[in-house]
Design a protein around this ligand. Structure first.
Ligand code: PMP
Length: 369
């Protein structure tokens, strides 16, 4: 069966091999007589699934031994509260605001953090670039610095994480990597904590991934719910309460799929980075030379995962989307807050999908010239 190409920003396309395997194991996982959704999270079968998923993720993302991997629930938005509940102490929290998601994180932190400080914002430029780190106004003694390393709505990505120490801050860096996790390697020497929902690059909605440096555990505010206290979750190997078992299982299948990916000598996440770079370059270079389509983000900050684009004649938006659907190019409508279109090119999107989209866009442009 030829499935359509799905450009959703999330929940998003999952590699077909992963879906096939989950379907084949739906009624009976490895001869256990149970499907994964029916298993106790404390039984040996599920514990094996969970430990394998964690080990594979640690290998894929090269997570150092002094970081803990937590499988939680609540999504990226719950983490906007859970992070300050765990890390904000009595000091200020610095925010780098580069789009809707970091703006939301900042707003939520106001409820929990002693002081919230905007160290830099790209709002004046309509969130089309990343403010130069040399100009960030970082606080002295901040409890952490938060940024969203890929803004899913505005299509702005940090291609390099800032070195906070070099910028004069000794605070840990917290990144929301929901929408580009596993699309490229992470420089853990610059990160204190990373969080992300699984529903873009890792699997189904319901699973939230947290990777946290060990020294940041054990500082939760008294009001922090036990199920969201990183120390308690870590001590209980993500089983303090029932974890999102199905999400962990499907993410685990995705990790195995990722480990099998090859691009020249590169494997796993390094292979995905090469592919993602090639897909994004192909798409941006097509858009940039076109008379009809437009992307407004400054080239050094352009996301490889989420590409918002606009028709210069917006009256053709509905016709564009209808034609795309007819050709099996799904979920291209842009986020309501920015309008236009958005193509999300996560790991599961092959270059053939990008080529099919460009072929359609070219045809549409010629037809309406
Ligand atoms: N952060 C980012 C970067 C996101 O893209 C999203 C979801 N699109 C969220 C946070 C919120 O995630 P959730 O809906 O899982 O809470």
């Amino acid at each position: 069966m030829n499935r359509p190409y799905n450009f959703s920003a999330g929940p998003a396309a999952i590699p077909e091999e992963v879906l096939q395997r989950a379907a084949a194991e739906m009624l009976d996982w490895h001869g256990s007589g149970m499907g994964v959704m029916e298993m106790s999270h404390r039984g040996k079968e599920f514990i094996a699934i969970c430990e394998q998923a964690e080990a594979d993720l640690r290998e894929l993302l090269a997570v150092p031994a002094h970081f803990r991997i937590l499988f939680m629930q609540g999504g990226g938005l719950a983490e906007n509260a859970i992070v300050p509940l765990n890390l904000s102490r009595a000091a200020a929290v610095d925010f780098i605001v580069t789009g809707s998601w970091s703006a939301k994180s900042r707003k939520e932190a106001l409820k929990y953090a002693a002081e919230v400080h905007t160290a830099a914002s790209g709002e004046d430029g309509g969130f089309t670039s990343i403010p130069d780190p040399a100009g960030w106004r970082l606080s002295r003694g901040a409890s952490y610095v938060h940024l969203c390393s890929n803004e899913t709505i505005h299509g702005v990505e940090f291609h390099e994480l800032p070195d906070l120490a070099a910028l004069g801050s000794d605070a840990p860096l917290v990144i929301d990597f929901s929408s580009h996790v596993a699309s490229r390697p992470v420089d853990w020497s610059r990160v204190g904590l990373a969080f992300g929902g699984a529903q873009k690059n890792l699997g189904p909605a319901g699973l939230t991934l947290v990777v946290v440096r060990e020294d940041l555990l054990g500082h939760a505010l008294p009001a922090c719910p036990s199920a969201f206290d990183y120390q308690i979750v870590a001590d209980n190997k993500s089983m303090f309460n029932t974890p999102p078992t199905w999400g962990i299982y499907v993410a685990g299948l995705t990790f195995q799929w990722l480990k099998r990916q090859r691009e020249g000598d590169a494997t796993g996440v390094a292979a995905m980075e090469l592919r993602n770079r090639a897909k994004a370059e192909r798409f941006y270079s097509y858009v940039d030379q076109s008379q009809l389509y437009l992307n407004k983000v400054a080239p050094p900050a352009r996301s490889r995962m989420n590409i918002p684009f606009f028709l210069r004649d917006e009256s053709r938006n509905e016709a564009f989307l209808a034609g795309a659907r007819e050709r099996g190019l799904l979920q291209l409508k842009g986020h309501k807050s920015v309008g236009g279109m958005r193509a999300s090119l996560y790991n599961a999107m092959p270059m053939a999908g990008v080529e099919a989209l460009i072929a359609y866009m070219r045809e549409f442009e010629q037809h309406h010239a």
